[in-house]
Design a protein around this ligand. Structure first.
Ligand SMILES: Cc1cc2nc3c(=O)[nH]c(=O)nc-3n(C[C@H](O)[C@H](O)[C@H](O)COP(=O)(O)OP(=O)(O)OC[C@H]3O[C@@H](n4cnc5c(N)ncnc54)[C@H](O)[C@@H]3O)c2cc1C
Length: 507
């Protein structure tokens, strides 16, 4: 009997699942997830992603079993697995969501497309974000996003199943070459948890969103914490947008949650805006958005700087505390992520690509489209965004004034008095002795002199930015990647790359 094959990728839910919904309308359905060794062996994959995936697949399988279906899990490269299934029992069409993944998944999709074409097999792909494939122009992008988010969510269809409930067998992470530690405090996967977190945010925590998202102390509870669930598709973006808008409408105008949710929905818009950049230019994973910046940092790669940074030994307490938090939780708020990249890209003068590959493994919510666009933006290679250089000492004073965050994640510094906490290397030897801290042993000496190294780095970036040909190439990048969104009236952003064009958000 012929059937439709639904290929689950980063869309691990049954609710508002366009591929499942359409596939089930005309035929029986088999649900498939492919564990692709080549993707798991890539530099941006980590044990935490795999464990989160496993938890989410178990939840998905449960949701399917409740409806009489089940998930088939196969291990192998996509074309090879599809070919095997096809030979066992040919399917009439392949259904999936569009994926804007890393370069490897893009190449994999091209190979699957060729395989389908060779068999005259239709492959129906559906958008799950407001990202447009083969987009001719950015001009209508916002209207398209709004239309997609306003369309009703798709109910779970009643299906005739080919795949019925059966125990899920998934390889152990080490057999896929995944050897990193799993952060002990990372979020757990699955739609049921995602819904709990969404509800908690909508009804309670969103009141602390505005004003709470910048400090690493308040951000873990003030932010929605939905990023990993959106990245793995345990929730559909549209259901989150719609639930937020319903709640905004239901709240009195002076309720803090209303302002929080309004700001949150604007982030959901930017989620797709950033992913669109990688969709339109997949090379952004490894090539500068503005080619005028090619050669800026490549030749100066300093492995000792990179190793110290990634091991939490930069010597700047806030930076090292952030690395410690990432190792334990797999999450950091936006401002601290931006600061980490800024420290890497400016005073440490490290190229964004290897730093981004390391951070991709560290971030549980790794979403290639957001990640690589943000890496380039924070490293100053997009050519269209304001250069933002975050000073880790100032950031600590502004966002952790009493040192609670630094002391939590760097226990060796607990007894250092406030006055020295963010610059412990300046502590006199006698004081170091009194509070039981030895700079160079318990906390590293800073890798470089922050002020001098930052000044030199900025000068090198500004020298390129000032060149006529670099300025001239900006317009084309704005045309391709710049948002056409009008600045929000409540908090107008400085147009940085052409009048009326907002290319970044304030956080
Ligand atoms: C260098 C760098 C790399 C990043 N890499 C990722 C990544 O791989 N995956 C990821 O989801 N976010 C990434 N971000 C954006 C942001 O830091 C995270 O989305 C946010 O911290 C996740 O926590 P949250 O869901 O509680 O955020 P909230 O503030 O509650 O935001 C809600 C959702 O909006 C989206 N969002 C929020 N901020 C941004 C932004 N600046 N750009 C685009 N979308 C945004 C995310 O989907 C997020 O889940 C990165 C930021 C930087 C500076």
């Amino acid at each position: 009997m012929s059937y439709h094959l639904v290929w689950f990728k980063r869309d691990l839910r049954v609710h508002d699942h366009a591929a499942l919904w359409h596939a089930s309308r005309q035929a029986s359905v088999m649900c498939l997830y492919i564990i692709e060794p080549s993707l798991w062996r890539a530099g941006d994959a980590a044990t935490q992603h795999y464990q989160f995936l496993r938890e989410s697949l178990l939840d998905l399988d449960l949701a399917l079993s409740k409806r009489g279906g089940g998930l088939r899990i196969k291990v192998g490269e996509a074309v090879e697995v599809l070919d095997r299934l096809w030979h066992e029992a040919p399917f009439a069409a392949l259904y999936s969501h569009q994926e804007t993944g890393n370069w490897l998944s893009f190449q994999r999709d091209l190979a699957v497309q060729r395989w389908c074409r060779a068999r005259s097999l239709p492959w129906h792909e559906f958008a799950q974000f407001g990202v447009v494939r083969r987009m001719p122009s950015r001009d209508q992008w916002q209207a398209h996003w709004e239309a997609l988010m306003a369309a009703p969510c798709l109910e779970v269809p009643s299906c005739r199943w080919i795949s019925t409930p059966s125990p899920l067998n998934m390889p152990e992470p080490h057999s896929l070459g995944l050897t990193q530690a799993d952060p002990p405090m990372r979020q757990r996967g699955g739609r049921r948890l995602a819904i709990e977190i969404l509800r908690d945010f909508l009804f309670q925590r969103s009141g602390f969103y505005r004003g709470g998202i910048s400090s690493p102390l308040s951000a873990p509870s003030a932010c929605s914490r939905l990023s990993a669930y959106l990245a793995f598709g345990c929730l559909s973006l549209r259901e989150v947008v719609q639930a937020s808008r319903r709640q905004i409408d239901a709240l009195p105008s002076n309720d803090a949650r209303r302002a929080g949710l309004t700001a949150f929905v604007s982030r959901l818009y930017w989620h797709c805006h950033f992913i669109q950049k990688l969709e339109s230019e997949p090379e952004l994973e490894f090539r500068n958005m503005h080619r005028g910046y090619d050669g800026l940092r490549e030749a100066d790669w300093n492995p000792a700087h990179f190793q110290a940074l990634s091991e939490g030994r930069s010597g700047w307490p806030l930076v090292d505390a952030c690395v410690a938090m990432l190792n334990h939780t797999g999450w950091l708020n936006f401002r601290m992520r931006a600061m980490l990249v800024s420290v890497a890209a400016y005073p440490l003068w490290l190229h964004w690509q290897p730093v981004g590959t390391w951070l991709a493994r560290q971030f549980l919510d790794y979403e290639p489209g957001i990640h690589w666009s943000q890496m380039q933006m924070q490293a100053g290679t997009t050519g269209i965004n304001t250069t933002r250089v975050y000073n880790p000492i100032k950031q600590a004073r502004d966002h952790d004034p009493h040192g609670h965050f630094v002391r939590q994640w760097l226990p060796a510094l607990r007894r250092v008095p406030d006055a020295w906490l963010f610059e412990p290397w300046r502590m006199p030897a006698k004081l170091q002795q009194q509070c039981g801290v030895k700079v160079g042993v318990d906390i590293a000496e800073p890798l470089v002199d922050l002020e001098t190294a930052t000044r030199q780095a900025k000068a090198r970036v500004y020298a390129i930015r000032g060149r006529a040909e670099v300025k001239a190439a900006k317009a084309e990048i704005v045309e391709k990647h710049g948002s056409r969104k009008r600045p929000m009236p409540r908090r107008p952003a400085k147009p940085s790359a052409g009048a009326g064009v907002q290319t970044e958000l304030e956080f």
